[in-house]
Write a protein that binds this ligand. Structure first.
Ligand SMILES: Cc1cc2nc3c(=O)[nH]c(=O)nc-3n(C[C@H](O)[C@H](O)[C@H](O)COP(=O)(O)O)c2cc1C
Length: 338
């Protein structure tokens, strides 16, 4: 995917990164199967769903699933979230030893009440000493590069992304990803991209821009307008993982959608059999939306529990849409690293 003779697009510390589109970390969405699909399509590296190191330190086993990845998925970043720098650094060291990620990323953007309320996620953006300590201690605790992802600030009167990015870099951060919203901005207000350009002009490390990139032309526009090194695509990727191959949804054939959906369902069920088809439904709905299927057919697809029954229904649906259901796989499976 990335020929050795190609110049890297940018570096995260000593790790070469090829490509300008990256899947954004998303709790409940950027799991091992979806990340693998987006990496095969062109996402330049992977970032895990956030790992709450309060839970990790207390040995909650479900957090470990968030660190599953295929060896071929590298570079793979594990994103950490906490309000305690020492616990985060100790967890980072253990995670490095146990899961061997290539990068550790620090979450400074999650605005969920349960997270921000205890001073984690975006809660760290009003605690510069905590940002300093997190980067300093995590960088000291691990051998891999440390990156950070943040928002503009808490609200309009406290945009401190430049100050905090500088602090993070002074204490070891090798890349900053900036989501162009404040804690107070909800998703229905457009993200602002000008601050991404402002940050890029000030930073000596690569900057990734993020917020409201839905199409290939949005991605190109963000790159041009801000000069950022890469663009992270979040919500829009759910319905169009093909964006990472610089293609909009309307360019994707029924065949490719079918084969991707089938691979994803089988892969998700094999990785997390106990959760069955449930976590796959949100993708299936997003993949099928453009075809405007009759309601009863959509309902059947989204309420079937048995994975084999669902595979049968998917075959039937896509056959009727014109797909060839016995074509060879387009996404290779690969060994999961545990
Ligand atoms: C369902 C969901 C879960 C998210 N989980 C995370 C997360 O675990 N870590 C993180 O840094 N950001 C998380 N985000 C924020 C996204 O990474 C991204 O910054 C945000 O969605 C804006 O990008 P977009 O407009 O392309 O969606 C999440 C967003 C959504 C919608």
């Amino acid at each position: 995917m990335e020929p050795a003779e190609l110049e890297p697009t940018f570096m995260i510390g000593d790790i070469p990164i090829y490509g300008q589109l990256v899947l954004a970390p998303m709790d409940g969405l950027s799991d091992a199967s979806f990340r693998w699909i987006t990496r095969r399509l062109g996402s330049a590296y992977s970032v895990s769903e956030f790992v709450n190191t309060l839970d990790y330190a207390n040995q909650k086993s479900y957090e470990k699933k968030r660190m599953l990845y295929r060896d071929k998925e590298r570079p793979f970043a594990v994103q950490l979230l906490d309000n305690d720098a020492v616990r985060m650094a100790e967890s980072a060291a253990r995670i490095e030893e146990e899961f061997h990620p290539d990068i550790i990323d620090i979450n400074m953007g999650c605005s969920a009440k349960s997270v921000a309320g205890r001073g984690a996620g975006i809660g760290v953006m009003c605690q510069p000493e905590l940002v300093r300590d997190m980067f300093r201690l995590v960088t000291q605790a691990v051998n891999v590069p440390v990156t950070g992802k943040m928002r503009l600030g808490l609200d309009e009167t406290s945009h401190n992304f430049i100050e905090l990015s500088e602090l993070a870099v002074e204490n070891g951060a090798k890349l900053i990803a900036l989501h162009g919203r404040t804690k107070k901005n909800s998703f229905n207000k457009p993200a602002r991209w000008a601050p991404i350009g402002e940050l890029k002009r000030r930073m000596t490390v690569p900057v990734i821009g993020n917020g409201d990139v839905r199409t290939v032309s949005d991605a190109k526009r963000m790159l041009e307008e801000t000069g950022c090194d890469a663009v992270m695509v979040g919500r829009a990727a759910k319905a169009n993982p093909w964006i990472f191959s610089w293609r909009d949804r309307e360019e994707i054939s029924v065949q490719e959608v079918y084969q991707t959906a089938r691979f994803q369902l089988e892969d998700m069920v094999s990785l997390q059999p106990e959760r069955g088809v449930m976590p796959f439904r949100k993708y299936l709905k997003a993949y099928l939306d453009p075809y405007e299927l009759p309601r009863p057919q959509m309902k059947a697809l989204l309420t079937t529990y048995d994975p084999n029954d669902l595979l049968g229904l998917i075959d039937e649906t896509f056959l009727a849409l014109g797909a060839e259901v016995d074509a060879p796989p387009i996404i290779d499976n690969s060994i999961i690293y545990r």
